[in-house]
Write a new protein. Sequence first.
Length: 252
Amino acid sequence: MSQLVLDKATIKFGGLTAVNQVCFELEQGMIFGLIGPNGAGKTTCFNLITGLYKPTSGSITFDGHDLSQYPTYQIAALGISRTFQNIRLFGSLTVLENVMLGTYLRKESSLASALLHGGRSIGDTSRKREFATNLLNVLGLGDLLHVRSRDLPYGKQRRVEIARAMATNPKLLLLDEPAAGMNPQEKVALMEDVKRLRNEFGKTILVIEHDMKFVMNLCEQIVVLDHGEEIARGLPAEVKANPKVIAAYLGE
């Protein structure tokens, strides 16, 4: 059974159709690529999936839930987390503090419980700190726990944002240009880390990325958008050789 299904998902802003009848499905445990030139509608699809936008027509379902019926925070609670094209870390907080914020989506203690049973709340915080620390170790950031995020180079800030998204313990992880700002060595390391998140943690991962080499070596299936519409789908080698894809990126 498919975990995420977009069925003719469409959104219009006035007279502009930003995404037009887009259809694709993600099976659990898949690493799936969504690519296309600038303005193709990729991030708009992410915004539809996460509830920032509601589709004008068509449907988006996740584990059988119609996502158009849920606000963003409930979609996150269903198990969907994302990173952003523009990094949105809290610059004055440390790396560990940023990632710990993500753990509070799965809050174990209510406010009343925290007030009545302070020890239990302290125990929850300790577990969240341990969980966040382990995530940062997995992503090669264990030696930067107490560094303010604004003091990190751009590529490492990207990795912190991925760790924070993972800290919500999602079923589906949406990565919006995760390799942006990274050097070639960092991209290779990130590719292996993303595969590890899928293989060891059982995550389903949907990736937007402009670096074609990164996408082709990471993703198992790819859909290509251009001007909000699908122009190709399939295995990386098939997509790479598709004349419509070549024309969309390089021109006729």
